[in-house]
Design a protein around this ligand. Structure first.
Ligand code: SAM
Length: 206
């Protein structure tokens, strides 16, 4: 059996379909204590959990369909696919999801199908490549680690220079480049059962 088929079977069997906290329009396969996601391998399965920044960004996208409808979207660090699926629900013309974790890429396909959302492409790492042909780049909780943030920033700068609008959802984590951000909205979100505040920011030129 292929790795993708293994992941599909595992996710369907062990990660229940749950309503998204604060985003009741959508459902996702997510880990619960009994899921045993550690059995999927050594990489931390970030995609299997809720993230405050992604929850806030998905809410913002759904609350502002006039800013998303008809636009070509890249969901960068897509995890479970939440933000890209929300963009499609808000009327995006086309969504590409980029995610380095192979299990996550399988989960994105399953979650898109659950929500009747047609993600056009699910791809791996794009940050070293050319600026993608998109209008809007969405990044939910991609500033969770200083090393990841440092790798992503030059790509965001290239996208910005090419005219791409960039929105970031984040609970004010330390690596967030606040000096380059304009706060668009903030939400109280429930990431792990406890409520925290997460912002949605526009990334802007220096
Ligand atoms: C904290 S999770 C957030 C997932 C999702 N955006 C959300 O908010 O629910 C960040 C994700 O970014 C992915 N990631 C890290 N570096 C990446 C890169 N260069 N390209 C694509 N995905 C990346 C990780 O594998 C992880 O799944």
């Amino acid at each position: 059996m292929s790795e993708a088929a293994d992941s599909t079977a595992f996710i369907r069997a062990h990660l229940p379909v749950l309503p998204v906290p604060g985003v009741p329009e959508l459902v996702l396969h997510k880990a619960v204590p009994a899921s045993g996601v550690g059995r999927l391998g050594e990489a931390a399965p970030y995609w299997a959990y809720w993230w405050a920044g992604g929850l806030a960004l998905a809410r913002y996208v759904l609350d502002h369909p006039e800013e998303v409808a008809g636009r070509r979207v890249l969901d960068l660090g897509a995890g479970s696919g939440l933000v890209g699926i929300a963009a499609l629900r808000a009327g995006a013309a086309r969504v590409t999801a980029s995610e380095i974790d192979a299990h996550a890429r399988v989960a994105i396909g399953l979650n898109a199908a659950l929500n009747h959302a047609a993600i056009a492409d699910v791809v791996g790492d794009v940050i070293g490549g050319p600026v993608p042909e998109v209008d809007l780049l969405l990044a939910g909780d991609l500033f969770y680690d200083p090393a990841v943030a440092a790798r992503v920033r030059p790509f965001l700068d290239r996208c910005l220079a090419a005219g791409v609008t960039i929105w970031i959802g984040d609970p004010w984590r330390a690596p967030l480049p606040l000096e380059r951000l304009t706060l668009l909205a903030s939400y109280a979100v429930s990431e792990t059962g406890t409520t925290k505040r997460a912002g949605v920011f526009a990334y802007r030129a220096p």
